[in-house]
Design a protein around this ligand. Structure first.
Ligand code: NDP
Length: 296
């Protein structure tokens, strides 16, 4: 077994490769930087996927919330191309291989934040930059109807893990007792523990009956305020200093701050029906694990 992972050098990719390696599966990353067990996007374009590829995953994507990057048209183009074009390049290349599965990621920004409880079956039109991005990202992953390759897309919520993403940014402020809800904290925050997301990718690779969209979220719906409380409690700190929405909008631009200030109610109907078991279905235990893995 050999899995090729676009963007496998990132927060999610590293954890996924660790788990695959432990299961005896070798991996190649597609990266912009050279290194061992890596090929470049240019190599992919000119030479295709390695001959022994049995599955392909795409996790590439320019970090949207990088506060050092201005939310300019050029940066937005990067955010888009790094997801849609890499996914399309892999969807095209995989057809010339003996690989049997193609798994990609997308985001819950696919759904419009309102009172609806969304499942994978909910019909949703794109309505802003981020939802359009998610729609196009998922569209780019689609394979021709007559393809024998199984295709899965995990529509992920905020991924909670010590090594990257949101937790890495808020860990020390929260540890210093400077944490607090974002805006009024009443927005829903679809989330998933990194261990569960990695297991969901492996579940998708190994079960032949899994295909289509999986909402990559924990079964417990929480608001940002509830998450803040659980995380602060796990750290044994108070988290009462809210981050005002005007500040986030100023720092990140309104369009981008929406990721944090608005949220959707998303449930993992499909993956639950398929029998996937979560290790961290509730926010209290997920947060306890995040804190424990740091102090050990
Ligand atoms: P990271 O930023 O940690 O890693 C993403 C990888 O993408 C990087 O290692 C990098 O690889 C590659 N990349 C970055 N910019 C570009 C670019 N301009 N062109 C091509 N490749 C690029 O992200 P995560 O691991 O956290 O997330 C992976 C994917 O999952 C992303 O697409 C993200 O949007 C999505 N996602 C993440 C969530 C989260 O909470 N973390 C939630 C929902 C979706 P290299 O430098 O080696 O080229």
């Amino acid at each position: 077994k050999h899995v090729v992972i676009g963007g496998g050098t990132g927060f999610i990719g590293k954890q996924l490769i660790k788990s695959l390696n432990l299961a005896g599966v070798s991996c190649t990353c597609i990266s912009r930087m050279p290194g061992p067990n890596r090929i470049s996007w240019n190599d992919l374009e000119h030479h295709g996927l390695p001959e022994n590829t049995s599955a392909v995953i795409n996790l590439a994507g320019q970090n949207i919330l990088d506060p050092m990057q201005r939310w300019s048209p050029g940066f937005k183009q990067n955010v888009r191309n790094s997801r849609v074009k890499t996914t399309k390049a892999l969807a095209d290349s995989i057809q010339n291989t003996k690989a049997t599965v193609f798994a990609t990621i997308s985001g819950v920004a696919y759904y419009k934040p309102d009172d609806t409880v969304y499942t994978e079956e909910s019909k949703c039109e794109s309505y802003d930059f981020l939802s359009r991005l998610c729609h196009d990202w998922e569209e780019a992953a689609k394979l021709p109807e007559d393809s024998n390759i199984r295709q899965v897309t995990i529509r992920s919520g905020v991924v909670l893990g010590r090594e990257g993403g949101m937790i890495k940014s808020i860990y020390f402020p929260f540890l210093a007792g400077l944490g607090g809800p974002l805006g009024n904290g009443n927005q829903y925050m679809p989330w998933i523990h990194i261990t569960d997301l990695v297991c969901m990718f492996i579940f998708a690779l190994t079960n032949n009956n899994v295909h289509g969209i999986l909402n990559g979220v924990a079964p417990q719906l929480v608001t940002n305020k509830e998450f803040t409380k659980a995380f602060a409690a796990a750290l044994k700190r108070f988290a009462i200093i809210p981050v005002p929405s005007f500040f986030l909008k100023m720092l990140l631009n309104e369009e981008r701050a929406k990721i944090m200030l608005e949220g959707q109610k998303v449930v993992p109907k499909h993956v639950t029906e398929l029998g996937f078991q979560y290790q961290y279905p509730d926010i209290e235990n997920a947060c306890k694990q995040l804190v424990k893995s740091h102090t050990m």
